[in-house]
Design a protein around this ligand. Sequence first.
Ligand SMILES: C[S@@+](CC[C@H](N)C(=O)[O-])C[C@H]1O[C@@H](n2cnc3c(N)ncnc32)[C@H](O)[C@@H]1O
Length: 406
Amino acid sequence: MPGELNTLRQELLDYIREHGAATDPLVAEALRTVPRHLFLPDLPPGAAYRDEPIVTKRDADGRPISSSSQPMIMALMLDQLGVRRGQRVLEIGAGTGFNAALLATIVGERGKVTSVDLDADTVERAKDNLDAAGLPDVVVVTGDGASGYPGRAPYHRIIATVGVWDLAPAWLEQLTPDGRLVVPLDLNGVQRSVAFEREEDHWTSRSAVLCGFMRMRGKFAGPEKTYVLDPATDLTLNLPMAREVDGDALTEVLAEKPDVEKIGAAPAAMQLFDGFTLWLAVHETRWCALSEKADADPARLAAAPMRAQDAAATAGILADDGLALIGVDDDALTVRAYGNSQVADDLVAHVRAWEGAGRPGTEGLRIDAYPGGTTGARGDVVLEKGECVLALSWPRSGVDAAGSRP
Ligand SMILES: C[S@@+](CC[C@H](N)C(=O)[O-])C[C@H]1O[C@@H](n2cnc3c(N)ncnc32)[C@H](O)[C@@H]1O
C-alpha cells in the first residue's frame, strides 16, 4: 500500500506540473513527499490523490466551512508565495493542516510555520494530522485570522487559504519589509489569488491566479451572497452583495424562451470565465453568476458557455425588471434577454468594451493596494474596501486609464 500511495502521489504531482503548477522545485518536492491521505483520515487513502478539494466540515445549513483545497490551486499559490528554506511563514486557515505541512517541508528545520484557524476542533484535528505526518513543530492556533498572529511575527511570508474580502492591516504589519502576502482576494464577487509585495507607499501585485475559495468567516467575509434557487439541480445565483431576490419568479423566468442576440464569434470558454466574468464583475454592480448541474432536466442553462466540475455556468446582469445572460449558440457568442431589453443592451456594451480592450483576463492584471480612504488611486477600475483601496489595471493588454484601448 505505501508504494502504491507513493505512485499515486507522484502521478498527482506529474498532473499538476503538466498543468503549469508546482514550477518551484521546493513546492514540487513537498508535494512529492507529504502524504495528503494522513490529513484526510476519513477518506480511503487512494482518494486523497485526486486533484479534488475535499470538504471536511459543514455548518448547520450544510454549507462547507472547512476543506482540504484542490492540490492544483495549492501548488499554484505556493509557487506565488515563493517560500525559501529557513523562512517564517504564517497561514490563515489551517483546515486539515496539509498546506501547513507542505510549508513546513519547504522551510525545513530552520524555518517556522504558524497556522491559524477560527475553529478549535479544526485546530485539534490539524495538530493530530501534523503529528501523524511527523511534523509536530508546526504551531497551530485557534483565533480569527484577521488579527494574524503577532506572537510569532514578523513573517517572511503570509498566505490565506480562505477567501478574503479585504486586506487585514495586521497581515501587512506582521510581514518583514521584503515580505510577501498571498491571498484569495474578492474582486466584486470573483476571486483571484494575488501575491502582494511592498512598493513605496503601497502594496503591488506580482502575480494573480484564478481561484475560488470558501469565504473567511467574520469581519473579512464580505457582502457576496449565494442563493440556491433549485436544490434538486443546484441552480444557484451568486451576487456580489445581498439584495431582495424572488427566487421562484427567477426560476420561472429562466424556463421561458429568451430573446437571443448574436454578437460575434464565441471566445474560448476559459476566456469568458476568466476574462469576461472578471471584467463584468468589476464594471457592473448588477452583475450575477448562475450555475446548475450540467445534466439538469430541464436544462435552464443549456446555452451557458462555461463548464466546470459537472456544472454549467454563465454570467450576466440581473436588474429588477430584467435578466440578460451570455450564452453560446452555434459557436456564436450571444446575449439572452429575459424581460427588459435595456439590460441586454447593457450586457452587449460590456462585451464590446471587453473585446475592445483586447479581452483582458487575469494574466497581465495588476492590482495596487493602498490604505483605506486613499483618494486619487489610479487604475482602470478602483474598488473601495474597508481597510484598503484596490486599483486594478491591465497595463500589458493596452487598456488605458479610462478603460478603453488607446
Ligand atoms: C479551505 S480551508 C483551508 C485549507 C487548509 N489550508 C488545508 O490545507 O487543509 C479554510 C479554513 O479557513 C478557516 N477560516 C474561516 N474563517 C476564518 C477566520 N476568520 N480566521 C481563521 N480561519 C478561518 C476555516 O475554518 C477553514 O478551516
